[in-house]
Write a protein that binds this ligand. Structure first.
Ligand code: UT7
Length: 335
């Protein structure tokens, strides 16, 4: 078995900064409520025509590939995580494969929402471990702003989410002690509808139904979240899956140099930090600037933490996420 490692990281966010005050002009909300309940000060919304899910993924991927020192011809496989694809089908993986000019390699789309990047890393890791692929491009990208209910009716969701993309290049590690030590992924479909966007869907309401009914009270095509229920489950699953990762490797909480939690809510990150007794230097948060960017949040945070020198060679880095599905997971990395 081989070991995989992250050889390059990159992210891209649209230039359009949307502040809490901007949102309070559209709906009944205010800066104080949003900061107190979520920690978010601002987020990005798509600005340019090319700020599509695949387009932003391409920009993040180019940076990650340059930093990894790999070219388009070197990529063996693409794993792309998103809940906001450019098209209903095909998924954004093939659009990115085309736009980056990759060989005709497989492009796999992952639908695991906030845990999407963790799932994607886990899949990429398996292919590298077996020796089937040497270089895998893993991308998480979201354009939430195009699909949110920007009225008071949608305020419980729309103030939280933002647009952005992050990418990582995984390669075979030359050093068996360095790289991804383990990945752990889970789901609980019992709570599928607690954080969901129900339409359009072949099992429920399709676009033609929505257009035909033209019902202003129909909320099936904007995201729904049972916030408090999701919050309570998030703190439990985050803790469980971080412990699972540590135990699998015979490690202790005190071994963690950097925890990168999915940026769902600053209060969730702070709860986890407190529960594990970690210092401010051991947990990275940037939800204040970007909101919750779902599948992009972990790679954006990981890239920023690495760029700012907060992750050094030899560090133990733990990534963890929880979200719609419910899905959750962790990745333990020796950097
Ligand atoms: O990324 C995937 C995983 N996601 C999460 O883990 C998110 C988990 N949930 C949360 O982060 C929080 O539950 C929220 C931030 C979504 C909501 O915070 P909360 O403290 O749970 O608030 P709440 O939903 O209980 O709402 C409290 C009040 C309500 O008013 P009443 O009924 O008390 O009069 C809401 O209508 O706040 C009201 N409210 C707002 N007020 C101003 C809800 N959204 C807003 C808003 N601005 N944007």
């Amino acid at each position: 078995m081989f070991r995989s490692k992250i050889s390059g990281l990159g992210y891209y966010v649209p230039e359009n900064v949307v502040t809490n005050d901007d949102l309070s002009k559209l709906m009944d909300t205010n800066h104080e409520w949003i900061v107190e309940r979520t920690g978010i000060h601002e987020r990005r919304h798509k600005a340019l025509e090319e700020d599509t899910t695949s387009g932003m993924g391409v920009k993040a991927a180019r940076i990650a590939m340059e930093r990894a020192g790999v070219e388009a011809k070197d990529i063996d496989f693409v794993v792309f995580a998103t809940l906001s694809p450019d098209y209903y089908f095909p998924g954004p993986g093939v659009l990115l494969q085309r736009d980056l000019g990759l060989n005709n390699v497989a492009a796999l789309d992952i639908r695991a929402q906030c845990s999407g990047f963790i799932y994607a890393l886990s899949i990429a890791d398996q292919y590298i471990k077996t020796g089937m692929y040497k270089t895998v491009l893993v991308v998480g990208s979201e354009v939430h702003s195009a699909g949110l209910d920007m009225t008071t009716r949608g305020r419980g969701v729309s103030v939280i989410f933002g647009d952005g993309a992050g990418a990582a290049v995984l390669t075979r590690s030359e050093n068996e002690n360095q790289g991804l030590l383990s990945t752990h992924i889970h789901s609980q479909g019992e709570h599928a509808e607690e954080l969901s966007l129900l339409a359009p869907g072949m099992g429920g309401r399709w676009v033609t139904d929505i257009l035909k009914d033209n019902d202003p009270d129909d909320i099936s095509y904007t995201p729904y979240m049972n916030g408090q229920f999701v919050f309570k489950n998030a703190v439990v699953r985050f803790s469980e899956v971080i412990n699972e990762g540590l135990e699998a490797n015979g490690l202790q909480v005190s071994d963690i140099n950097m925890l990168i939690p999915h940026q769902a809510n600053l209060r969730i990150s702070q709860f986890i930090q407190q529960k594990f007794g970690l210092s401010d230097d051991q947990v990275f948060n940037n939800i204040q600037k970007y909101g919750n960017t779902t599948a992009a949040s972990v790679p954006i945070a990981l890239t920023e933490a690495w760029e700012s020198g907060k992750i050094k060679e030899g560090d133990l880095v733990v990534l963890a996420a929880f979200g719609s599905g419910f899905t959750w997971g962790s990745v333990v990395i020796r950097w």
